[in-house]
Design a protein around this ligand. Structure first.
Ligand code: ZN
Length: 179
């Protein structure tokens, strides 16, 4: 079966930066619903469209097609007293960036000084060119339910429990492995 809209694609992947430093070794395959459901990066869908099991490729994706350029204005310094304790570098908080009424931004603590904390609202992979080694290991037709929900069910996917008939805020599979 060829990869096309409304197929479920399983891909073994390895993610590196442009200097070939490993970022993620993809111990679990990425499983996503193909066809513009924003389950994965559009460039990956573009690369795999029309391909079959056994296809493999190395794909370099520039920041503008991945997680955007690094935006220094998303760097904020906060009073430490405004943040919960205990506080550690790497912790993440949801917040609104100033002057924006869009989606809340996830801020990552990148530095802690005595009474100040540096929060970075950029995606951890912002500003980076990403290199994906991809290898297609499975392609199947999506079920009508998966197409309605816009995500994959089943192994590696979203499990709807027996007493969970709805599609609540459950543990939806994020085929985007980069969070
Ligand atoms: Zn679902």
């Amino acid at each position: 079966m060829k990869i096309a809209q409304n197929t479920v694609v399983s891909v073994n992947y390895k993610l590196s930066d442009a200097q070939n430093n490993l970022i993620e070794d993809g111990a679990q395959p990425m499983v996503y619903l193909h066809g513009g459901y924003e389950n994965t990066l559009p460039k990956i869908e573009e690369e795999l469209d029309g391909k079959e099991v056994g296809y493999s490729s190395t794909l370099q994706i520039e920041p503008e097609d991945a997680f955007g350029d690094y935006d220094p204005s998303l760097l904020k310094v906060e009073e430490r007293s405004r943040l919960p304790e205990p506080l550690e570098v790497g912790m993440q908080f949801e917040g609104m960036s100033e002057g924006s009424d869009e989606e809340p931004t996830i801020f990552t603590v990148t530095e802690i000084a005595d009474d100040k904390v540096v929060l970075d609202g950029n995606h951890p992979l912002a500003g980076m060119a990403l290199r994906f080694d991809l290898s297609v290991i499975d392609v199947r037709a999506a079920t009508p339910e998966e197409i309605t929900h816009g995500h994959v069910h089943g192994a590696h996917g979203h499990h709807h429990g027996e007493d969970d008939m709805g599609d609540g805020e459950g543990d939806h599979f994020r085929s985007q492995p980069l969070n």
